[in-house]
Design a protein around this ligand. Structure first.
Ligand SMILES: [Zn+2]
Ligand SMILES: [Zn+2]
Length: 174
């Protein structure tokens, strides 16, 4: 969905959109929508600036970092965004590159892409590491069994070959 700024009444408007999981490609192979994502908010144009306040609500599916089991994470966030046109950005930038300016996004001055906002805001809420549970044991490096399902047997007494070599050295063998 795109918001056409020329259609806003008095430079103000509301928007709301619901995406089915297959309708919104998050552009990150680690993450997919598990349930429909909704986004809603208010848009306000003042001079060359556009301010958007809104929130997203969804549930995403990612893989556990250790055992690769899929897990679902609820995503809920409020956001506040500021857009200015490219020429406005350039004009400001030459004056002073403030922290405020770095937080704004550049747009074409005509339309705001709500799909892009939804994707960005959802991905921002996804942690870089995710575990199905705090103490997920992951896979056995030897036999690749899921160690959450029980001990596979090869972990007991299993010594990393590098340590084995070190042990031999220390005991005078080798
Ligand atoms: Zn796991
Ligand atoms: Zn094993």
């Amino acid at each position: 969905m795109r918001i056409d700024l020329f259609k806003l009444e008095n430079g103000k408007g509301d928007f709301a959109q619901v995406y089915q999981p297959e309708e919104l490609d998050l552009g990150d192979e680690r993450v997919s929508l598990f349930s429909p994502a909704s986004i809603s908010g208010k848009i306000r144009q003042s001079g060359t600036e556009v301010i958007i306040n809104g929130n997203v609500d969804s549930c995403v599916q990612v893989d556990c970092d250790r055992c690769l089991r899929p897990l679902q994470l609820p995503v809920k966030s409020d956001f506040s965004l500021e857009y200015i046109t490219g020429s406005e950005y350039e004009a400001n930038r030459t004056a002073e590159l403030t922290e405020e300016l770095m937080a704004v996004s550049v747009f074409d001055g005509q339309t705001i892409d709500v799909d892009e906002i939804a994707k960005e805001q959802i991905l921002l809420q996804v942690p870089t590491r995710s575990l199905c549970k705090e103490d997920c044991k992951g896979f056995c490096p030897t036999c690749a069994a899921d160690r959450n399902a029980g001990e596979c047997g090869c972990s007991a007494g299993d010594v990393d070959p590098r340590w084995a070599a070190l042990k031999d050295l220390m005991s005078g063998k080798s």
